[in-house]
Write a protein that binds this ligand. Structure first.
Ligand code: ATP
Length: 336
């Protein structure tokens, strides 16, 4: 067996369905770690050979030895990082797919900016304080996850009025880029050295994506403010002539990651971008792991269909990489 008795384990949320399904497709046994009464999807879709139930994901460390005795390799995703936290992830003894050391470069907004700058990407301006707001700005809270509570302000006065209900929270003020949001899903193989373009999505956010359904006059009458709370993801293909630039940006991120952390980033990652009308990419965030926008492509995306002769989700691609690493005795190359 190509899996050599290893099992793929992850937390039951975010993108676990495709991670576990992909692992099975690649011949691995699978384990889903679920919160009590939230395990139905993992039973229903038959993706987990074993389900471990916890009162809360925060207790993940308590079952680490169980996972080790099962010969597990854990796969991180957004909920995993949130629940286990980067500090504890660094201490994990169970084999972990990806580079743990790169995570702090994602979590800390200032470090993330340094990384993206080193890659030579175009980033939205950051204002030192509300007095500097001279173009429309978006106010983002730290650890907001999913854009909850973010708001727009065009001036100090507007900022002061809107920040009232968020007193005490840490925030950054960023230039608001008007354009088309596009989230790019990449996979970088440390075995082949190749960057792969997996898919794209855009987010479906409440209420910003529904505000156009209300006439401008009514928006003003209702005193509506926009917010960016994520509710889902929409699949996307991009204008083909943009693809060379998209590959170039992904490669630049990988090269820069090797300058900030010896082994750099590997496995799946995503750039969150806005494309302006003159087709310039502004990058406002990087996710250094699988993103939920890839959930559309459990049976492959238009791009993976070009590269693979079989359905290839990002979840499956992770297990394919692990399988290839096992087969060539290079497992340590894909573990962090
Ligand atoms: P997550 O960690 O889930 O990606 P987050 O809380 O870090 O979310 P962001 O992804 O930075 O939040 O932003 C949430 C949303 O706000 C984006 O999807 C996008 O619609 C909008 N947004 C963020 N920054 C900008 C910007 N500079 N210009 C225009 N829109 C933006």
């Amino acid at each position: 067996m190509g899996s050599r008795g290893f099992k793929i384990a992850t937390i039951g949320s975010h993108s676990a369905l495709q991670i576990l399904r992909g692992a099975k497709d690649e011949g691995f046994g699978t384990i889903a770690v679920c919160e009590k009464e939230r395990d139905e999807p993992y039973r229903h879709f038959g993706v987990a050979d074993r389900i471990i139930l916890l009162d809360s994901f925060k207790k993940f460390m308590e079952i680490e030895n169980d996972l080790i005795s099962e010969n597990s390799i854990v796969i991180p995703h957004g909920t995993f990082l949130d629940a286990v936290t980067t500090e504890k992830i660094e201490l994990l003894k169970v084999p972990y797919f990806g580079n743990k050391k790169i995570l702090k470069w994602e979590v800390d907004r200032a470090m993330q900016r340094e990384w993206l700058r080193k890659a030579g990407l175009t980033l939205p301006r950051i204002f030192r304080g509300p007095d500097d707001i001279d173009v429309p700005a978006i106010i983002k809270f730290y650890g907001a996850k999913g854009g909850k509570g973010f708001f727009l302000a065009k001036s100090r006065d507007e900022f002061d009025r809107k920040i009232e209900e968020h007193k005490g929270k840490a925030y950054i003020i960023q230039e608001y880029i008007v354009g088309a949001p596009i989230y790019i899903h990449y996979f970088y193989s440390p075995l082949s050295g190749e960057i792969e373009l997996m898919s794209f999505d855009k987010r479906y956010e409440s209420n910003v994506d529904s505000i156009g359904r209300i006439a401008a006059k009514d928006q003003l009458d209702m005193g509506l403010d926009t917010s960016y709370n994520i509710t889902g993801n929409v699949p996307l293909v991009v204008r083909e002539s943009l693809l060379p630039k998209i590959f170039e940006m992904g490669r630049a991120v990988i090269e820069a990651s090797k300058k900030i952390e010896k082994r750099g980033i590997f496995g799946p990652f995503s750039l969150e971008t806005v494309i302006t009308p003159d087709l310039k990419f502004y990058v406002f965030e990087i996710s250094a792991r699988i993103v939920a926008g890839t959930n559309h492509y459990i049976s492959g995306s238009p791009y993976t269909a070009l590269k693979y002769k079989e359905p290839m989700s990002t979840g499956r691609r992770i297990s394919r990489e692990i399988r290839n690493a096992i087969a060539s005795d290079q497992l340590c190359k894909v573990l962090g």
